[in-house]
Design a protein around this ligand. Sequence first.
Ligand code: HDD
Length: 750
Amino acid sequence: SKPAKAVKEVVENAAEKVTDFLTPDVPGSPGSAPAPLEEPTTPRDPLPPKKEQGAPATVTPTGAETGAPATAKGQQGAHLTTAQGARLRDTDHSLKAGDRGPTLLQDHHLREKITHFDHERIPERVVHARGAGAHGVFEAYGTAEAVTKAGFLKKGKKTDVFVRFSTVLGSRGSADTVRDTRGFATKFYTDEGTFDLVANNIPVFFIQDGIKFPDVIHAGKPHPDREIPQAQSAHDTFWDFVSLHTEAQHHTMWNMSDRGIPRSFRMMEGFGVHTFRLVDEAGETVLVKFHWKPKLGVHSLTWEEAQMLGGMDPDFHRRDLYDAIEAGAYPEWELGIQVFPDNPDQTFEGIDLLDPTKIVPEELAPVQAIGKMTLDRTPTNFFAEVEQVAFHVGHLPPGIDVTNDPLLQTRLFSYLDTQITRLGGPNFAQIPINRPHCPVNDMLRDGFHQHAVHAGVAPYRPNSLDGGNPFVAGDGEKAYTDVPVEVAQARKVRANPVSFDDHFSQTRLFWLSMTPVEKEHIIRAYTFELGKCYEQAIKERQLQCLANIDPVLCREVATGLGLPAPEPTLPLAEPAPSPALSQVGKEWPGDGRMVGIVVDDGADLDGVRDLRKAVFAAGMVPLLIAPHGGMLGDLPVQRTFATARSIEFDALLLAAAPAPAPDALPARDAKAGAGDAAMVDPRVMLMIDECWRHAKAIGAWGGGAKLLAQAGITGTPGVVSGDSATEVFTAVQRLMAAHRVWERFPASVA
Ligand code: HDD
């Protein structure tokens, strides 16, 4: 495991680099282009691929090296060519009959260029269309060796991975920060075949049987008549569905909690949801649930931040992921398993392990760490990798098998099926990002986009013409073998086991496990979402569900909606709370956090210089916010008052009280001619106000200290001032470890 110190060193070393990419083209800033860009007049070598960003290994579907260079295939050489490799002399003018004449059909270059462009888009994913991905490595601790024969889980084994994070409901261009479940799909390129762990950041699912998947998705997607709202659950069809299919209440509660609006992909847990089966060399089995635990802790946005980001920076999560990786603050997760005996009834402590609407609290079955994943490389080409990556819950290496969870069983069909449409045929496994990193020797042939030039004449078994190749593996030759689980003699039925009928006890467990501030957020989220519904009957039906979860929750939401709170229709369960479900109350490292620093030409620049060093040393990124771009002395300005907004920063430090810049809109105070307030740029005051409202740490020194009094926040929790920049930052850093200044949130419930 890379110690935190090493990460910090990388960040420090990357400091100059961070400055560079955050300060494009500032003349004179370190690393900026010496002269304005001009179009070169003679061919030169193409730009090299980004550092450490070669294309995936060029292995054919049969496992042979293609001999192609390991660098990106596109953009080779200095001269523009057609797709057939013929050099072009002109790509800006179509071939016409005279310079004012009609375009000629014979212009092959024109037709090739436009035809290709016309087909650049492929269907977006029907769910999880909006996503971002990154490469990395998984290193096994060896702790799972006792329960599985999977080679990639042997101690010290390193395996390449590619992860794609996503939202579920929105289209490909929708905002990152909407209230939704997040996808967390990981491709492990193991030596024994690819393993896809196609997970979410929520450990339960809306439905118990995959046959309802089209229904829940149709309900969550925009209304079919107007196609609104985009990427939202705050509308009638969603609440209609979840209030009628009460098995959805547990997942819905998670979505209404802070888990539905993560601060960062780097700060999310991941859950395999279903129970899987692990099998060892001797054929012994256990049941497991997979968990990803982020090193940085689990943190969320506030709802107001999430909404503002939807407009200000719809790419917030994507940007955060890539900025962190490029700054060397590599995101890390531990992979863990909860282990259960493989009993015939597939239950643990009375919890049905085949019901995907149920968790097993960590207090009952601890999550045991089995390895660590580090994401350290951004994609070279977003389309080629993030869009074309194809996951499938059925991609399993020897040692991992499925269970009879009826949701998982349907997924085993759905993923392969959807890729055929989305990626244009059955050969998507040959796309570089999907190629296994081990030899492939299948007998699949032909089909659209066949890239392999398969040799031999006998793609069938047994054969005598190709020397009998390929052979099937014998005993001890690491073949995938399905666990010969007993299948009960049973009648065909369209039915669930009775244990699946309990829809409320674990929803209540989640509610009871929250701290007051988290409960408050949940109340606000339900009130917001139901407040966006038009149909009275739907609101009333959902209130009835809330009454069956908790009377206080129901009463508070009903008050917000201006409706009576119904009585429960079912007895309330009294489960023991699971403190592990709460996000509040611990301290976490701040790697990759953003610290905004308000400065102007009169600020204590020596202090700011020290502060920047201290922030980098803490593994965070300092961003100078000034009235104008360019430089302040020798310090590069990363944001101006016009481009900055509070939501980008995890903490705000004030080094100055800048007068209104020329592009500031008039403020009410300025019009009224009020004393000092009139002299501060209103955007700075807005930033302070928002940071305070969103419970972020605020610090000030020197010329900035008077702003605290002006904003009326002196002495309030999480607001610090001091004599020097570094002293203030030390206090702010301590506050940031708790993620937010939780005391600032009002909590009406205990
Ligand atoms: Fe799914 C994509 C996760 C239930 C059908 N799913 C998809 C992705 C994730 C999940 C993370 C995006 C993968 C990527 O980034 O390319 N899905 C889940 C989880 C589920 C779940 C954790 C429940 C535990 N899914 C589920 C069901 C069905 C599907 C029950 C169908 C019956 N899911 C799909 C799909 C998608 C998909 C239609 C769309 C794009 C794709 O597969 O490649 O096949």
